[in-house]
Design a protein around this ligand. Structure first.
Ligand code: B12
Length: 373
């Protein structure tokens, strides 16, 4: 269905207003929590969910909005609103919760920020309110499955593996993985066509409230253990190319994407320093200066972490000792549309293992050529 409400365009919120909003997140979130808790006690807006789910949502909302205002990316806001409504309504939140929540944010923002800072921000909140009804209507037509872009043989393998993850059957999932992965090619297929898409489906079931948080954690831990097993058995090889640092961004707890990318690069001959989840920008800069990698790769799953990566890229670009270095970014946060991807200023945004390996090879070839000229 076509969008009948129009997404705001251009720089609606100034950087100074965005920074002021961000600075006041703790006090504003506290006020919103307290008002919404009171309203919820008489109106039951959140179904059987504990209050902590609503409070967490307010924290995520404010961090996400600070990013949206700093990036002025309203396409990303529109697309994420669809996800917010879909996922919270599936888990028992009432539709009217969102109208009331947005009204509460508007009044708290008006009470907290000076009018010159709040006016652009409130315009966006009012747009969100007006968009809710249309988004809900569009969400009713959402296809609730993840399209599988590979052949049906691999789809069968993925389905079997996914079922073992959902059953929490660690031993069988490991022995099944052993039966599929024999060499470099099957390992790459297993990572990109089986683990990645099984985890996307785990996410969808969590989003719809069809599996518990514990089941999602168990599936994740089984995958992490299998990846470690495969690493020990297939990846320890001599490096023949340059050095790369791969990490998840600051405040980013999703680490499987970065881990998979690291292992695949290592398999392709790179000397990879894999830093895992949630690395603060200052620490990353420090290790980059110590290690002088040929490129860094940063994984971002949550849109509320995008702006921190933009700041990191700007910091690297403005440092004359670092501006030789290539920057690669990837992850779920960039699959929601909008122009934040371009605004980050990285050399390349990559969406798959193939694309990542090819980009890194190209960079290595260019560097080797210029070295030997
Ligand atoms: C497991 C999981 C978690 C675990 C992560 C544990 C861990 N150790 O990694 C935990 C429990 C911590 C978690 C927390 C949260 N999660 Co979560 N999580 C997931 C889940 C189910 C799987 C993630 C995953 O491993 N995917 C598989 C990997 C392989 O895929 P990938 O990251 O996309 O990586 C591929 C490409 O993107 C690319 N790539 C990735 N990184 C990089 C980096 C570079 C350099 C390059 C080149 C390429 C590249 O290559 C990979 C190749 O296959 C996803 C579902 C999903 N769709 O991914 C939700 C999901 C990402 N989570 C979600 C949410 C909402 C959250 C929380 C906010 C939940 C909450 N209420 O607390 C928090 C946020 C925490 C934070 N600050 O980061 C939502 C995000 C929705 C949105 N609007 O953006 C998702 C999509 C679930 C859903 N369907 O709703 N989560």
């Amino acid at each position: 269905m076509k969008n009948i409400y129009s997404v705001p365009r251009g720089e609606v919120v100034s950087y100074a207003s965005a920074a002021e909003y961000e600075k006041n997140i703790p006090t504003m979130t506290e006020s919103v929590n307290s008002i919404m808790t009171k309203i919820n006690s008489t109106e039951n807006l959140i179904g059987d969910n504990p209050l902590s789910v609503m409070h967490d949502n307010h924290i995520h909302h404010s961090k996400f909005m600070a990013n949206i205002f700093k990036l002025n990316d309203y396409e990303l806001l529109n697309n994420t609103l669809k996800w917010v409504l879909n996922s919270y309504v599936s888990r028992g939140f009432k539709s009217k919760y969102f109208q009331i929540e947005l009204d509460t944010w508007i009044s708290v923002i008006r009470d907290t920020l000076e009018p010159n800072y709040s006016s652009g921000i409130i315009k966006i909140y009012q747009w969100m309110k007006s968009a809710l009804e249309n988004i809900e209507r569009e969400n009713k037509n959402l296809i609730n499955e993840i399209p599988y872009p590979f052949d049906s043989d691999w789809e069968n393998v993925k389905n079997k593996f996914f079922n073992l993850l959902i059953k929490g059957n660690s031993a069988e999932a490991l022995s099944f993985s052993k039966s599929i992965v024999h060499d470099r090619e099957s390992l790459e297929n297993f990572y990109s066509k089986v683990i990645t898409y099984s985890m996307y489906e785990v996410g969808l079931l969590w989003e719809k409230g069809l599996i518990s948080v514990a089941q999602e954690h168990l599936a994740t831990s089984i995958v992490m253990r299998i990846i470690s097993y495969l690493y020990m058995n297939f990846i320890l090889i001599e490096s023949s190319k340059g050095k790369a640092i791969i990490t998840a961004s600051a405040n980013e707890f999703h680490e499987i994407g970065a881990r998979i990318i690291s292992d695949q690069l290592e398999l392709d001959g790179w000397n990879v320093l894999y830093l895992g989840a949630n690395i603060p920008n200052e620490e990353l800069i420090k290790i980059i200066k110590e290690e002088n990698p040929d490129f860094i790769g940063i994984s971002v799953a949550m849109a509320f972490n995008i702006n921190k990566v933009k700041e990191l890229v700007a910091q690297i670009r403005s440092d004359s000792t670092l501006n030789y270095m290539k920057i690669l970014v990837g992850g779920h946060a960039f699959t929601f549309g909008g122009d934040s991807k371009e605004k980050i200023g990285a050399d390349k945004i990559s969406f798959s293992i193939d694309e990542t390996i090819n980009t890194a090879r190209l960079w290595w070839d260019d560097k080797s050529e210029s070295k030997f000229k």
